[in-house]
Design a protein around this ligand. Structure first.
Ligand SMILES: [Zn+2]
Length: 461
């Protein structure tokens, strides 16, 4: 597979690039093929999409169809109108195998679900091993380097929409659709869009459209103590992700591969096209007109929120209906808007935010003193935290929310702040002011310790 991907990346270098986001337990590269025009720039107007295959190493079909899809997109670009348009307008990432160690151990023609090669080399089910809470999670990144790499990748790329490709079933599923105890009120705004996305796949698949065939259960030997990728992505990242089951067989014989490709490729392409529907827009600074990076966009009734790109753009998949959307950024006053989403239209909703009481125009030292003064005033820090964290309910703040808070400040006060250490999978963040004056550095640091501890205890929010 590595050779094949490398050959593609050389032959079609104008529209693709191959890179590794990390290594498996046994040192195999975790390859990702990026397919889009203009590889060098983060082009405005292009939403990011990803497919991840072979999360379970024995589900070889998901790996094989991912490679076929890469080949199809590359060879049909410039020939097929639909493919050309997709590659021109979308930043597509395909990881054909998240579990290369497991897939080496899997056995061809195994339809019985013996599950050899299902887990990674340390015998963990990668799809059950996601977590953003260090304290309740016993595994280390040495046990799960694949998960660590994928989490970091997803957090960094902020994909708008994702599909996880599996075997052992022929259906599309989404977080909480099994009626589990996680299915709480927080899904109210998003259940409809998940149902819509799952249906999109189903309706474009010749088998799923007719019927959902029952597949034999795949034995789950080693359940991880984490959560699955979809649930983690929904709570902790910008990505809405759907699981797609491609076949009952996990590792079908080679002669059946083209048949499976024929059944699935239309639905795979159609699912990517969904990233262009729904709500999109710009969050800009009302004074300068520049896009605000990393601003938060929240839909009322949903705990899933998205962030703007480096150019201030955002995308938010939503099912047809009426919504109340709020955009906020650290140091700015939040703004809300009502939007009606129709089935076949893209809704453009832009937000122009204005600065709060703090100005960064008056020179570095003054800015810094003002920031400290502002944060030290009674109630100001709480207000800042509230303006940044949109949900008004009293609850624990996640690691991600705390990280976004610090990152937001560094983005909006770049001249006077510096994120000294940012460790994606550890609960330790240090925020130091970039100033010669040590007397001022201390209270700022204390304030952030105060913020972090209060966000854990909830007593002051
Ligand atoms: Zn699977």
């Amino acid at each position: 597979m590595t050779d094949r991907l490398q050959r593609f990346s050389q032959k079609y270098a104008h529209i693709c690039s191959l890179s590794s986001i990390g290594q498996s337990v046994e040192g195999r590269e975790l390859w990702v093929m990026r397919i889009t025009t203009n590889q060098t720039a983060d082009e405005p107007g292009k939403p990011r999409f990803k497919y991840v295959g072979n999360i379970h190493g024995d589900e070889a079909l998901s790996r094989q169809l991912s490679v076929y899809l890469i080949e199809y997109l590359l060879t049909q670009y410039g020939r097929d109108v639909r493919v050309t348009e997709l590659v021109d307008r979308t930043d597509i990432y395909i990881m054909a195998s998240m579990n290369p160690d497991g897939s080496e151990r899997a056995v061809e023609g195994d339809c019985s679900g013996s599950s050899e090669g299902r887990e990674n080399a340390k015998h963990y089910d990668l799809d059950k091993s996601f977590s953003d809470r260090d304290e309740s999670f016993s595994k280390t990144s040495e046990d799960l380097p694949e998960v660590t790499a994928v989490m970091k990748w997803i957090l960094e790329k902020k994909f708008v929409l994702s599909g996880s490709l599996h075997g052992g079933s022929v259906m599309a599923t989404y977080p909480f659709d099994d009626g589990s105890s996680y299915a709480t009120a927080e899904l109210t705004a998003d259940e409809a869009v998940f149902r819509h996305l799952a249906q999109t796949y189903t309706e474009n698949h010749p088998i799923m459209r007719m019927d959902n065939p029952d597949c034999p259960d795949v034995p789950d030997k080693n359940l991880g103590d984490g959560i699955d990728m979809l649930t983690w992505a929904y709570h902790s990242t910008d990505t809405l992700a759907v699981n797609i089951g491609l076949s009952c067989e996990l590792l079908p014989p080679e002669e059946l591969l083209s048949e499976y490709w024929e059944k699935n490729y239309g639905a795979l392409l159609h699912f990517i096209q969904q990233v262009h529907l729904f709500v999109r827009g710009m969050v800009t600074d009302g004074h300068s007109g520049k896009g605000i990076a990393n601003a938060t966009v929240v839909v009322e009734g949903s705990s899933h929120y998205v962030h703007t790109s480096s150019t201030g753009q955002y995308w938010r998949p939503l099912a047809p209906g009426s919504y109340h959307i709020t955009a906020s950024a650290p140091g700015y006053t939040p703004i809300s808007a009502s939007v009606r989403v129709l089935e076949t239209r893209v809704e453009q909703v832009d937000f122009k935010l204005t600065r709060g009481t703090l100005s960064v125009e008056e020179g570095e030292q003054k800015d810094f003193e003002k920031l400290v003064e502002w944060l030290l005033a009674p109630g100001e820090l709480d207000q800042l935290v509230r303006s940044l964290l949109p949900a008004q309910t009293l609850r624990y703040r996640t690691y991600r929310e705390r990280s976004e808070f610090l990152r937001g400040l560094t983005l909006n006060f770049p001249r006077i702040t510096r994120l000294y250490r940012y460790v994606v999978l550890k609960m330790c963040l240090y925020f130091l002011a970039n100033t010669a004056n040590h007397l001022i550095k201390v209270p700022l640091l204390c304030l952030f310790e105060y913020y972090l501890s209060c966000s854990v205890s909830c007593s002051c929010m």
